[in-house]
Design a protein. Structure first.
Ligand code: XIL
Length: 345
């Protein structure tokens, strides 16, 4: 069995693909991606700065290739992400005089952006992270430029434009730390407010950039249930499990420097000890046990990458480390965690 076949009855199992994995020719990696995953997400290619770098310039090269790949492989395509405060060019928020736009101008740009992408991929992209990371950890609204200019209306507008641009596509709100009760409550409240305006939202994505110990299964389960009980689909959208210590807790840490030679923050530069490898496998088994239990609510679990070498965790929140957060190793071999995930079902 593969992840894809083992979980076929439960939920989609996806991966985020980086630039180098959006492959047109057959290779060991493209075969693995086809066999193991039933859903694909662009790790970066659809973010505003890449797909729409200038006011009148769209660059659909990579998103076209990825959509074609998902089509060939019969995989559910996820659009990530339409509206996010990161990886969005400055011009989106400014007029010709470089002054901050008013909300009408900003909303006009958002509408053009959403229409162009969703119009192009109608019937090909099944669901979109319409708005990403609009909340603080306490559930209040993040003071992004979108929020400063548009207030909470920027979120309603995004969902309004998206529903019109492709009435068939599912629409999601996506965020990290959704295991925190206040943040999850904030997201559920937001979804209810969206619905109260007569607009549509189909689900909430919990990103899932987690650690070996935290968040606890109880915390994650409470959030899954809270979202599910609000009548929304739940997706784990960006799952990876760091095995490294938080570099912010390392004495004298300077987050702007490379951590390659910091033995405390980068302990597994030369390989992962068996004990940690097995702890990672157990953590993945526990998580998938929980997801399997809630297969009625969970519609997709997406890993934030295919293999460890590709993972953004090697460079975040500190650069130059060697992390092991995914299910395939740097040579594309399945790790014990892969076997453990298969063992759940
Ligand atoms: C990350 C990518 O993995 C990196 O390659 C990029 O440099 C920064 O963005 N939350 C999200 C994702 O919603 O889009 C982010 O992806 C990780 C955090």
């Amino acid at each position: 069995p593969t992840l894809r076949t083992a979980y076929a009855e439960d939920f989609y199992i996806g991966a985020a693909l980086g630039w180098g994995q959006i492959l047109e020719k057959d290779s060991a990696e493209s075969t693995l991606i086809r066999n193991e995953f039933s859903s694909l997400t662009p790790e970066n290619a659809m973010k505003w700065m890449h797909v729409h770098p200038k006011l009148d310039t769209f660059n659909f090269e990579y998103t076209d290739k990825l959509v074609a790949m998902a089509d060939r492989n019969d995989q559910f395509m996820v659009g990530h992400t339409l509206i996010w405060h990161n990886q969005t060019p400055e011009w989106v928020f400014r007029d010709e005089d470089n002054d901050l736009n008013d909300s009408t101008a900003l909303f006009g740009r958002m509408k053009d952006h959403i229409n162009a992408i969703m119009g192009r991929y109608q019937g090909k992209i099944g669901g979109y992270d319409v708005v990403n990371e609009a909340l603080n950890d306490d559930g209040t609204f993040r003071e992004s430029l979108f929020y400063q200019i548009g207030g909470v209306d920027f979120i309603y507008k995004a969902f309004e434009y998206a529903a019109k641009a492709d009435p068939e596509a599912e629409l999601y709100y996506n965020d990290y730390s959704m295991n925190r009760p206040e943040k999850c409550d904030g997201a559920v409240q937001l979804a209810k407010a969206i619905k109260a305006k007569g607009l549509r939202i189909d689900g909430i994505g919990m990103q899932g950039h987690w650690g070996l110990e935290r968040p606890t299964l109880e915390e994650i389960e409470a959030s899954i249930l809270k979202i599910g009980n609000a009548g929304l689909k739940v997706m784990i959208t960006e799952l990876d499990i760091t095995v490294l210590p938080n570099p912010r807790n390392v004495e004298g840490a300077d987050l702007s420097a490379s951590f390659e030679n910091n033995a405390e923050a980068n302990p597994y530069k030369n390989g992962l000890p068996d004990s940690v490898q097995m702890a990672l496998a157990q953590r993945y088994a526990d998580l998938f046990e929980l997801f399997h239990k809630h297969q009625d609510i969970i519609t997709r679990v997406t890993l934030w990458g295919v293999h460890d070498g590709q993972s953004w965790k090697n460079n975040w929140p500190a650069r130059g480390r060697t992390d092991y957060p995914l299910l395939f190793d740097r040579s594309l071999a399945p790790k014990p965690a892969h076997q453990a995930v298969l063992g759940v079902v």
